[in-house]
Write a protein that binds this ligand. Structure first.
Ligand SMILES: [Zn+2]
Ligand SMILES: [Zn+2]
Length: 369
């Protein structure tokens, strides 16, 4: 699928023109020529003012559908003149997945599982919409978005015609200006949308195997000895120090507590490294994040604990953030023909997130879910 943030539907524009000029956008410019008037009321070069007006007319809510079409992830797009130096500013709000800090966790939501943006497939594209009253009667929703604000370089903004142009001059100047802006905004926003679209399902490749991280064989005895040495020194000071020097020992108290915590963290890290190494085996799912084996992408996590929000099954490590360790059951082939071998849980997650995904069972026993 081509992912462009902005594009112009020239065919629709020509087919829906009312006047002989052959462009629906020109019709709107004709009706709103007065909106451009104040561009020439100022001493400064009116580039940004002109561009902002041409863009506003080319998009909703003035033109619906817009002369400029926008990607479904774009909630809002405005161009405005900077109050700092009069240059042109882009303001684009994009629908995003929930922030990482909130993903896979329900502890912030009062024990409820919050749904994200509802969407439906419309003519091969996903369309997002705000939840209805009926939707909200069933579930709470979290509707995340990001707002991008950026300068559009002055040399990318076309200069408007000289003082008070004729109507055809105005129409053509506005059209050229909007065409240039579409190219410029795409250069900035399209990569952001591509990154968002790929954030969950990276293209499957066989290179997602994880090399076994090297771990010095002596690391466990070394960290035990260090902890023991610090604890012994701490104890010795406490026993021998008189009342007058006791206030100086608070650092040693903290160090003793800290070393115990550090030892626990190192032990947990070593266990995670073992899990990552295990995930690199040939018959293990190649997706680099975890699922519930029975329910797919339903995991919640808090610190070192994780659990399935459907069945309540729990794990004493961040199963959500570590590579999948479930056995392979399916071959997933993406639209470009690349394949990955994945587990039952990930097959469930893919069917939910990518309807129509190409999944083939590896063995006769795998189907039926
Ligand atoms: Zn489950
Ligand atoms: Zn998996």
């Amino acid at each position: 699928m081509i992912t462009k943030a902005f594009w112009i539907d020239y065919e629709y524009d020509a087919d829906h023109a009312n006047r002989a000029n052959g462009s629906r956008y020109f019709d709107y410019i004709t009706d709103r020529a007065g909106s451009f008037e104040d561009c020439w009321d100022w001493e400064e070069v009116p580039k940004a003012r002109f561009a902002a007006t041409a863009w506003r007319i080319a998009t909703g809510p003035i033109m619906v559908p817009g002369y400029v079409r926008i990607h479904p992830r774009i909630l809002n797009v405005d161009l405005e003149r900077s109050d700092w130096d009069g240059s042109l500013l882009g303001c684009v709000d994009l629908i995003t997945p929930p922030p990482h800090a909130l993903q896979g966790s329900s502890e912030w939501g009062g024990g409820k599982w919050w749904r994200s943006w509802p969407s439906e497939s419309l003519s091969s594209r996903e369309a997002y919409y705000y939840p209805s009253g009926e939707d909200l009667a069933k579930d709470p929703y979290i509707l995340p978005s990001v707002s991008l604000r950026f300068l559009i370089p002055d040399d990318r903004v076309l200069a408007p015609p000289a003082d008070h142009p004729s109507l055809p001059e105005l129409q053509h100047a506005a059209k050229h200006c909007v065409t240039a802006l579409v190219g410029e905004l795409n250069a900035t926003i399209t990569p952001v949308i591509e990154k968002l679209e790929r954030s969950l399902w990276t293209r499957p490749t066989r290179q997602t195997r994880h090399p076994r991280p090297s771990r010095p064989a002596s690391s466990q005895p070394a960290r035990k000895k260090l902890a023991a040495d610090i604890r012994a020194l701490h104890q010795q000071w406490q026993e021998t120090a008189g009342e007058s020097v006791r206030p100086a020992l608070f650092r040693a108290d903290e160090a003793a507590g800290g070393v115990n915590h550090a030892a626990e963290e190192l032990t947990a890290t070593a266990a995670d490294l073992d899990r990552i190494a295990a995930a690199g085996a040939a018959d293990i799912c190649s997706i680099p994040w975890g699922v519930c084996p029975d329910h797919g992408a339903t995991l919640a996590a808090s610190g070192t604990q994780s659990w399935c929000t459907r069945c309540g099954r729990g794990w004493h490590y961040d199963r959500y953030g570590l590579p999948c360790t479930e056995p392979t059951r399916w071959t997933w082939t993406d639209t470009e023909g690349a394949t990955a071998e994945i587990c039952d849980g990930h097959a469930i997650a893919i069917r939910t997130d990518l309807p129509g995904a190409n999944l083939t069972p590896l063995t006769a026993g795998a189907g039926g879910r």
